[in-house]
Design a protein around this ligand. Structure first.
Ligand code: SF4
Ligand code: SF4
Length: 544
């Protein structure tokens, strides 16, 4: 028995050493012939080679795989078409137009199109991209595309682009240097960018960060951009037991505040979406109606808002202008926007300037006007515009059109008044201030022509203008004779009658005829053509 135990002891030692050596020899073999024997590919350092053919598609159709987006940034003209087309907003583009004074040349694309902008930021977040390809089609320079396939000559197929961190999937294509931005006069852009990166560094955008404190202490406000942390008002809805109701409220608040809506509008939007409102929800909404965010724009009681507006530099997002379909008008509005942004003007002032431009151009599209009004910080609706308070009138920068001065016949006096006008315009003075200055000038020069004085007074913001017929008639005969806008004839439904009316209008416009004379002629022409009906008669009657 003792001999058996002893032999077993040595057999175990032998087995241990034997298995250990055989295991180690296999390990050593793998170490020596690593490439031949390791079955697992050392991903991501090693990747399978890209199959050359026969993967189910022809090489020319490789693009159907939607491998990866690439931008030939040297060809990008910064038109933002791709950004607008992206349904998930994963393309972010910043453009910078060289300032007027600078002779910076942005160059040309490979299609010889002149580039008018610098593109200091062009990022695509591939972790969000859903490979729909929609951004590719609108590009006028064909410089954004999925790699491979038909674009194989432009860029190699790249079917795999894994990264260690999600953030690395945000690809930056811009190659514009800071020096170029400065040369193009983009110091403000750099300052803005720095302010944003400082905010991020300080964690002010993180959940729980004190956004309001950060906003008030920030020396260079990030114009047009808003903090994206959790909305402070969400806390009011914590006690709402119905999760669905809570979600609707949160969504409506986030959306409403992004669009600068006031609490009342947001609350009515929430109520519209909910059939039954529970008691806890009702009380949360009541609290929200007077919730103070502590900033100048979001929420807060309406009584505070007017005070805050005067100091706010908050400017709406330029994308809001994209609803204007007319390209030229859109460009003009964007010019005003950029100018406002540069001068750190707030939404109200910029919108007012835009409205003046629209008025100057005779555009009375209520959709555009209402939309612009809705961008104002204190949500001035089109209905309430007419009833604006005297304080608002005082703060307005609305200035009458320079053409109004043309009714003054004395050339020298006209020139002097125009000088005053231009100086007022430069200083963003409103009609009241400019008119007062003009009246002072007239007094100094001893001009007491009642017609001129009354006309100038009628241009003041708080004085009735064209609508006050008595006053206008005293002011100036020329003004009384002013012909109505041809666009008003667009209300004539019948095409042929409308055409006839416009023909008569154009034929008589140059001969300085009054509205009444022209309307008489239009009536005659339409009647002769046998097209007169009650609607047209009423319309022309109104114009008369
Ligand atoms: S492929 Fe689609 S989701 Fe991706 S960037 Fe283009 S438009 Fe956006
Ligand atoms: S559509 Fe083309 S040219 Fe326009 S911004 Fe996008 S990539 Fe650039």
């Amino acid at each position: 028995m003792g001999a058996y135990i002893l032999s077993q002891y040595f057999i175990n030692i032998y087995d241990t050493v034997k298995t250990m050596l055989s295991g180690m020899s296999l390990t050593m073999k793998h170490m020596r012939k690593k490439k031949e024997l390791v079955a697992t590919m050392q991903y991501p350092n090693e990747k399978w080679p890209i199959p050359e053919r026969n993967i189910g598609f022809d090489n020319s159709e490789y693009n159907v795989i939607r491998s990866r987006l690439h931008v030939d940034i040297d060809d990008c003209i910064g038109c933002l078409q791709c950004e607008k087309a992206c349904p998930v907003d994963c393309i972010k583009i910043d453009t910078l137009k060289p300032s007027k004074g600078s002779d910076f040349d942005c160059g040309k694309t490979s299609n010889d199109s002149p580039k008018k902008m610098l593109v200091p930021r062009f990022t695509i977040d591939m972790s969000e991209c859903m490979y729909c390809n929609l951004c590719v089609y609108p590009c006028p320079e064909e410089c954004i595309y999925m790699v491979g396939g038909p674009n194989e000559p432009k860029h190699d197929i790249d079917y795999e682009f894994s990264k260690y961190s999600k953030h690395d999937l945000i690809f930056e294509f811009s190659n514009v240097s800071e020096t170029q931005i400065i040369e193009a006069g983009g110091q403000d852009y750099l300052a803005e960018k720095k302010a944003v990166s400082d905010k991020v560094k300080n964690g002010e955008k993180l959940m729980g960060g004190d956004v309001s404190a950060a906003d008030s202490s920030s020396e260079s406000p990030v114009v047009g951009k808003r903090s994206k942390g959790i909305d402070k008002a969400f806390v009011l809805f914590k006690g709402v037991s119905d999760g669905k109701m809570k979600a609707v409220a949160r969504k409506a608040i986030a959306y409403g505040r992004r669009n600068l809506e006031d609490p009342a509008t947001i609350i009515s939007a929430i109520k519209n979406q909910l059939n039954d409102i529970s008691a806890d929800m009702e009380s949360a909404l009541n609290q929200f109606s007077s919730f103070d965010y502590g900033d100048s724009v979001k929420g807060g009681s309406s009584s505070d808002s007017s005070q805050n507006v005067s100091v706010s530099t908050e400017l709406f997002n330029i994308k809001e202008i994209n609803i204007v379909e007319d390209k030229l008008l859109r460009a003009n509005l964007k010019k005003i926007y950029m100018n406002g942004k540069k001068n750190k003007l707030n939404s109200n002032i910029v919108v007012d300037e835009m409205l003046v431009l629209l008025k100057g151009k005779g555009i009375d599209d209520s959709t555009i006007i209402d939309h612009l009004n809705s961008l104002k910080i204190n949500e001035v609706s089109s209905a309430s515009t007419g009833a604006s308070s005297s304080a608002e009138v005082e703060a307005s920068t609305e200035l009458f059109e320079i053409k109004e001065i043309n009714v003054i016949e004395d050339k020298l006096l006209r020139a002097n008044l125009k000088k005053v006008y231009m100086s007022g315009k430069k200083n963003k003075s409103n009609s009241d201030i400019v008119v007062e200055e003009m009246l002072t000038l007239l007094k100094d020069k001893g001009v007491d022509d009642l017609n001129i004085l009354n006309h100038l007074k009628s241009l003041k913001l708080n004085k009735p203008k064209v609508s006050d017929s008595n006053q206008v008639s005293v002011v100036n005969n020329a003004k009384e004779n002013k012909l109505f806008d041809m666009k008003l004839l667009n209300d004539i439904a019948d095409k042929v009658a409308r055409g006839t009316a416009k023909k008569v209008y154009i034929a008589n416009k140059k001969s300085n005829k009054s509205s009444k004379e022209v309307i008489d002629k239009i009536k005659k022409a339409i009647s002769t053509a046998g097209l007169m009906n009650e609607d047209i008669e009423n319309l022309l009657g109104e114009l008369e």
